[in-house]
Design a protein around this ligand. Structure first.
Ligand SMILES: Cc1ncc(COP(=O)(O)O)c(C=O)c1O
Length: 389
């Protein structure tokens, strides 16, 4: 097509995001019940804002920081990795990034050559797929085992490995399914990566939102994996800092200068004002994180109770983490998740995200977010009960 000649093939092949499309359509519906965004609705806690305000007042934010980020922030991140992730690191293994997203993109750019294959257990966060495509890599989607709560299919992963496979990329807790990969599964995955000499790129954006006594496990805490992992983290979810665009990654110190080469052309450095806010977040009280988690836990329970009342319409795996879930649509019309979600929006006034947005294994599902007040969940489900009656 003519239009495509003006843009690269890399970009031309990327589909518009179904999430943004649903957001656009939702704006046209008055008083919509909104369950389609994976963005905390709470505001950033005051002590974090104060950290940014005092940095502004003290004239600290007008210039660039070091490309890798403020040394004092990297030092705090090292402490956090040790305390919460059981990862032994030092500041030269940290790169502060523009959210987890830019860290993931820089990691993919630094590791993937055109034609390299990247295995992604699926359904998965659609941006990961796009990041591989934009690096001219080939995403290889390996379906997860839905009946086992979307567990990794280790056999499937093993048999998807070819001579061109370069990396495995996953998020845990998962967007869109809320699956928390167990330590046992991740140790098995690490074994495969070591055997085949593959890199593992992790997205641990929801690391603090885990329920039912499950534990977050960082694959980088396995000492043998030191050279094989790039782990990406963010302040976005933990501290309700979506708009500050601040995250970081951890990798072997030989890799950091290489990933930084990919980071500079996109960002130079992460926003300095946000780096000061992040510093305040790490140094300050952590009760906001517990409060967010408690809220998501009660919202998860409420959503599951409400889904139980719609058992003829949806079947679901209980999410053990994140603030997202991914029910299967049992009705025949659900086979095309986009049409189903658009109809539910225009006729039922409930905004959800079609499962197909998360790869072909997402077809026949929809994603529901419970990072909203409980009233919003009740409003959405009251409407769905009336709509599906
Ligand atoms: C799995 C996952 N990773 C990363 C992000 C975005 O993170 P950030 O705002 O830190 O770029 C999201 C946002 O929804 C997400 O769900």
């Amino acid at each position: 097509m003519k239009e495509h000649r003006r843009v690269s093939n890399r970009v031309a092949q990327i589909q518009k995001s179904a999430i943004h499309e649903m957001t656009r359509l939702s704006k046209e519906v008055e008083d919509v019940a909104f369950l389609s965004w994976a963005k905390p609705t709470a505001d950033t806690p005051d002590h974090i804002k104060e950290g940014a305000i005092s940095a502004i007042k003290n004239g600290l934010v007008g210039g660039y920081s070091e490309n890798a980020g403020l040394p004092e922030l990297r030092q705090e991140i090292v402490q956090k990795l040790k305390r919460d992730n059981h990862v032994e690191a030092n500041p030269s293994q940290i790169l502060v990034t523009v959210g987890a997203i830019e860290g993931l993109a820089a990691a993919v750019m630094a590791l993937i050559d055109p034609g390299d294959e990247v295995i992604l257990p699926s359904p998965t966060y659609s941006t990961h797929i796009r990041q591989v495509v934009i690096a001219s890599g080939k995403p290889v989607l390996v379906p997860s085992i839905e009946e086992e709560g979307f567990a990794l299919d280790m056999e499937g992963i093993r048999s998807a490995i070819t001579a061109k496979t370069r990396a495995i990329m996953y998020c845990s807790p998962n967007n869109p399914t809320g699956t928390v990969l167990s330590e046992e599964q991740l140790r098995e995955l690490a074994q495969v990566a070591l055997e085949k000499n593959l890199m593992v790129i992790t997205d641990e954006a929801y690391e603090y939102f885990i329920f039912d006594g499950r534990k977050h496990f960082s694959i980088a805490s396995i000492p043998e994996m030191r050279k094989n992992v790039v782990s990406c983290y963010t302040f976005t979810k933990t501290y309700a800092m979506t708009g500050w665009r601040i995250g970081y990654l951890h990798a072997d110190e030989e890799l950091i200068p290489q990933i930084t080469k990919a980071h500079i052309p996109f960002a130079i450095c992460a926003p300095v004002v946000s780096q000061y806010a992040a510093l305040a977040a790490l140094k300050g009280p952590q009760d906001c994180v517990t409060a967010f988690r408690d809220h998501y836990f009660s919202a998860r329970n409420l959503m599951c109770e409400r889904l139980d009342r719609l058992e003829a319409i949806f079947e679901y795996q209980k999410p053990r983490g994140s603030y997202l879930m991914f029910p299967r649509i049992l009705m025949k019309e659900g086979q095309d998740s986009t049409t189903f979600c658009k109809k539910l929006l225009s006729e039922g006034k409930v905004s959800t995200t079609p499962g197909i947005a998360f790869g072909p294994t997402g077809q026949g599902h929809l994603r529901l977010s419970f990072c909203v007040p409980n009233e919003e969940i009740n409003k959405a489900f009251d409407r769905m009960e009336a709509y599906f009656k």
